[in-house]
Design a protein around this ligand. Structure first.
Ligand SMILES: C[S@@+](CC[C@H](N)C(=O)[O-])C[C@H]1O[C@@H](n2cnc3c(N)ncnc32)[C@H](O)[C@@H]1O
Length: 363
């Protein structure tokens, strides 16, 4: 077991769910880069002594600023991680360096080329593997192989790592030729033991008859933790932040009050249900299962028990962010930061396996 802290730079870092996983696995997250000021505020507040840079990665000249920061601070980079937005992949026509849509992804390749980290981790939505008949995934493998990395890709399922949410991410890992092989984390939780919505959020204040919509309002816990998961989430927190109600139209409240635990609009009387076209309309989470995938703030997923959508804090819990991880920005920005993130517990499982490769490096 090696106690050396390996350094991490996170591109397209958002609020930093992935980075939080690395931090929890004892890495030193030295820098987060994004062009969303609110997400960067959240990132900086929750990652120890990390620094952030507000840079537009469409402009590749900005990559030199990252190098300058590391050089000025005599930081040698061990791991480059990043989750470029999935719209940033395109293979229309031939390999077109200048295709605007590829520029964000190739910022990751150029940064790896310039900084020469030992390991590169690129995460994305699994649908990306099928883009252009798999040619996008092939290109990612080729680009990093050309830079001297051995590259693997695998889809990981968040509930297997203790996350109370159905969420899949594809994770590419490139390891420099001279290092040992990387192996993906194996499931830590059996399907029968997946953490459920109820186990994840049942201790949070109900917000029933609570009309305080202020984003800064701090609420008290009203019960003791009711599950192991809740104990872990509350470990470093004395109260509840980012937990505020949403005002719904009376019609929405009337409709959702008729939907049972785990149901959706199809549970309404036929004359009502036929008005809904979107298959996830009025979906109530199932208390006895992990939640559906947390999105960036669409108002279709409701609490398993109360007649409202889940709060930012409840979504954060379902993403495995502990209660002392505080989100900044407007309500919409907070929902977006949570929904965009890699669940920290999934990030930690990946980080631990990366640490094994670095620990085994021959000197
Ligand atoms: C999917 S999110 C990353 C989430 C992050 N990995 C996490 O675990 O929390 C993608 C991020 O890319 C950022 N982004 C999009 N276009 C960008 C650009 N041109 N320059 C820098 N960041 C950009 C967005 O602001 C967003 O925070």
């Amino acid at each position: 077991m090696n106690n050396k802290k390996y350094t991490v730079v996170d591109l397209f870092c958002g609020a930093g769910g992935l980075s939080r996983g690395f931090l929890d696995a004892n890495f030193d997250v030295v820098l987060g880069v994004d062009f969303d000021a609110a997400a960067l505020q959240t990132f900086e507040a929750n990652h120890g002594f990390t620094k952030t840079m507000n840079l537009d990665l469409f402009n590749h000249d900005n990559i030199n600023k990252i190098k300058k920061y590391l050089d000025d601070n005599k930081i040698k980079l061990d791991v480059l991680v990043g989750g470029p937005p999935c719209q940033g992949f395109s293979l229309a026509g031939k390999r077109e360096e200048n295709d605007k849509r590829n520029i964000l992804y190739s910022a990751m390749v150029k940064t790896a080329k310039l900084l020469q980290p030992k390991i590169v981790v690129l995460e994305n939505v699994p649908g990306m593997l099928k883009l252009y008949d798999g040619k996008v995934a092939e290109r990612i493998k080729n680009d990093f192989t050309e830079l001297g990395y051995k590259v693997k890709a695998k889809v990981l399922y968040a509930p297997n790592f203790g996350v109370p949410q159905i969420r899949k991410r594809v994770v590419f890992v490139g390891v420099k030729e001279e290092l040992g092989d990387f192996s993906y984390p194996t499931p830590k939780v059996n399907p029968d033991d997946y953490v459920t919505c109820e186990q994840a959020i049942s201790d949070l204040p109900s917000l029933e008859n609570d009309n305080d919509y202020s984003l800064d309002k701090v609420r008290d816990y009203v019960t003791e933790p009711k599950s192991e998961y809740q104990k872990i989430m509350r470990k470093n927190s004395k109260n509840v932040k980012n937990h505020f109600p949403t005002k719904h139209a009376q019609k929405t409240i009337d409709n959702i009050s008729k939907i049972p635990d785990g149901g959706n609009y199809k549970d309404l009387p036929p004359e009502e249900s036929k008005k809904f076209k979107y298959h996830e309309s009025l979906t109530r989470y199932c208390s006895k299962k992990p939640s559906l995938t947390i999105d960036t703030g669409h108002r279709t997923h409701f609490h398993y028990k109360y007649n409202r959508i889940t709060s930012v804090r409840e979504n954060a819990r379902l993403q495995s962010f502990p209660d002392d991880f505080i989100f900044y920005g407007s309500k919409q920005q907070q929902y977006k930061q949570v929904g965009n993130a890699v669940p920290p517990l999934l990030g930690k499982a990946i980080a631990e396996k990366i640490k094994e490769v670095l620990d085994n490096e021959k000197v």
